[in-house]
Ligand binder design. Structure first.
Ligand SMILES: [Zn+2]
Length: 259
């Protein structure tokens, strides 16, 4: 299995990163996609990949929360990082109108600049969208045909939004949100409608610890070793056997990130 979204640069992994990676491997997670969320984090993510070259690849980009930190130098630095062999996608980029940590016009400009960069470099994009679907779709649609791949990670939208994403031939990342009996109800139904060749599974660790883990972990920190649990819940929602679904998801992830 492949965790297509882990924030391994996060300070909550500072003390025991090697153990976290080892536990993931032990749990059957073969590879990790380490997310870059701004220039420094993207550089850090690429550095971590060189510690575990067989296991980790990364992304390079600027998260909408950090759009306000972008200077004239940021995009050239992302471009340089993107030339490294371990960097497989541009992102995490997109829009977040839920928390509005950066002004919306700036989020939109920084998102579009990264779509243009990905198109120029012929690389896939790794995207985030929260409470901003209409603008997200309007900005992405004209670029879509110029991008070799486009993943909307941590999808938590509606059925109509899912259909819109599939109409643009997006890949869809599903996290442990699907394991939440209350917040995840709609998502549990929606995952049935994602074709296996467009579906990927991710932890978004250290965030989004699956709520239904038993026994409950002592720490609220999510880890890639919980990925198989999330994948089994997705299989259950789709009335599919994990042993038939999981290899398909791995294949989809490998093809997207060229693993
Ligand atoms: Zn995100």
């Amino acid at each position: 299995m492949i965790d297509v979204g882990i924030n391994l640069t996060n300070s909550r992994f500072e003390k025991d990163r090697a153990e976290v990676v080892a536990r993931a491997i032990e749990a059957g997670v073969e590879q990790l996609v380490v997310i870059g969320t701004d220039v420094d984090e993207s550089r850090h993510a690429a550095q971590l990949c060189s510690l575990w070259p067989e296991i980790c690849v990364s992304t390079a980009g600027v998260h909408p929360h950090d759009a306000k930190t972008v200077t004239d130098l940021s995009l050239p630095e992302i471009r340089d990082l993107a030339a490294l062999p371990q960097v497989r996608a541009i992102g995490e980029c997109g829009l977040d109108f839920n928390r509005d940590f950066s002004p919306r016009p700036q989020q939109e400009a920084v998102f579009e600049a990264q779509l243009a960069l990905a198109a120029e470099l012929n690389m896939p994009v790794y995207m985030h969208c929260r409470d901003a679907f209409e603008r997200f779709f309007a900005i992405l649609a004209p670029w879509r045909s110029k991008l070799p791949g486009a993943l909307l990670h941590c999808f938590t939208g509606t059925r109509a939004e899912l259909e819109a994403c599939l109409s643009l031939d997006l890949h869809i990342g599903i996290t442990g949100w699907v394991c939440d009996e209350r917040r995840g109800t709609e998502l549990r139904e929606l995952v049935r409608h994602i074709p296996a060749n467009r579906l990927m599974v991710e932890t978004d660790a250290p965030y989004l610890l699956p709520r239904d883990l038993r026994p409950k972990p002592k720490s609220s920190r999510n880890e890639p070793c919980y990925l198989p649990h999330i994948a089994r819940v997705i299989a259950e929602c789709r009335d599919e056997a994990p042993q038939s679904l999981l290899p398909q998801l791995t294949h989809t992830s490998r093809a997207f990130f060229m693993l």
